[in-house]
Design a protein around this ligand. Sequence first.
Ligand SMILES: NC(=O)c1ccc[n+]([C@@H]2O[C@H](COP(=O)([O-])OP(=O)(O)OC[C@H]3O[C@@H](n4cnc5c(N)ncnc54)[C@H](O)[C@@H]3O)[C@@H](O)[C@H]2O)c1
Length: 334
Amino acid sequence: MICLCCFLIFINIFFREVELNLKDLQKVIPMKILVTDPIHEDGLEQLREFAEVDVAIGLKQEELIKRVAGFDTLVVRSATKVTREVLEAAKELKLIARAGVGLDNIDLKAAKERGINVVNTPEAPSIAVAELVMGLMLSWARKIPRADAGMKQGKWEKKQLMGTELRGKTLGIIGTGRVGKEVGRRAKSFEMNLLAYDVVKDEEFAKEVAARYVDLETLLRESDYVTLHVPLIQQTKHMLGAREFELMKPTAVLVNVSRGGVVDEAALVEALRAGKIAGACLDVYEREPPKDSPLPGLPNVVLTPHIGASSKEAQRAAALLAAEKIKEYLPHTK
Ligand SMILES: NC(=O)c1ccc[n+]([C@@H]2O[C@H](COP(=O)([O-])OP(=O)(O)OC[C@H]3O[C@@H](n4cnc5c(N)ncnc54)[C@H](O)[C@@H]3O)[C@@H](O)[C@H]2O)c1
């Protein structure tokens, strides 16, 4: 028994020593971080507290390949393309932090093969995205874009701009994850009735906002506004297409701030032209920018250029969260 106790005390002291030495080592040889896309200054400041930080924005691919060697961590947003060639040149790289959501600009397969970890910050923009959804619904309901355009052309179109209220309307939320829930909370305060559809039901959330989980078909049939908050994966590609638009009310409005590919855009254009649904408010497109798309030419759409996460607060949160995640990873880098 005494022997076992001694052994455990020895192990405890040994590992504490190792940990202390590691921390000392990190003070002597600080982590080297390369930041290649603009991130909020507060995030950079956090990184500088525990690492040597080089900021090099707007590098061409060849420049990045030359520059990346010797860094432990690479911090990017969406502009830097972290290709296999970049990763092959990044001999010391152990971590890539994407201050933002999508990882489409990173060759994840090549990173995995080289044992490089990838972290992102999907938690950061939820409020920004949810507020945009409210803004889009209000824009549609009160015809704000048209009112603004008219005023700027010297028109006073009071009569033509009769709108509707959100209160009492039914909002169908497809995907009740981070963003879907924040939309639900805001819509509840507008006194909307809530329906929800998700592969994973969160009954606590449903209770909080008085939402009712239903099947997708019921949600589409009964909603005045349908808002999409699912990821773009194999199961959700073209989740809404011609068949689904047939099920919706002719007065219904589709809101998509998730990913363009979740909606069959050609079918949506058809549905909007044929009056199968009344309108669409879109922030995301199958092709971005939606070059040659008929969407901007339609009278019954409100469009924004993928600005869901573009709030100062969300960008700051993304930078701070990325710094936090890098710091958490610190002990694994040496
Ligand atoms: N417009 C923008 O700038 C912007 C910004 C941030 C996020 N987004 C997008 O918003 C979407 C939601 O983000 P989030 O942070 O809420 O994600 P999340 O992972 O928190 O939530 C996604 C939800 O979708 C559900 N889901 C997954 N597959 C489903 C399926 N087949 N059917 C029904 N439900 C399904 C999940 O169970 C989960 O509850 C993502 O597509 C994300 O890329 C867009």
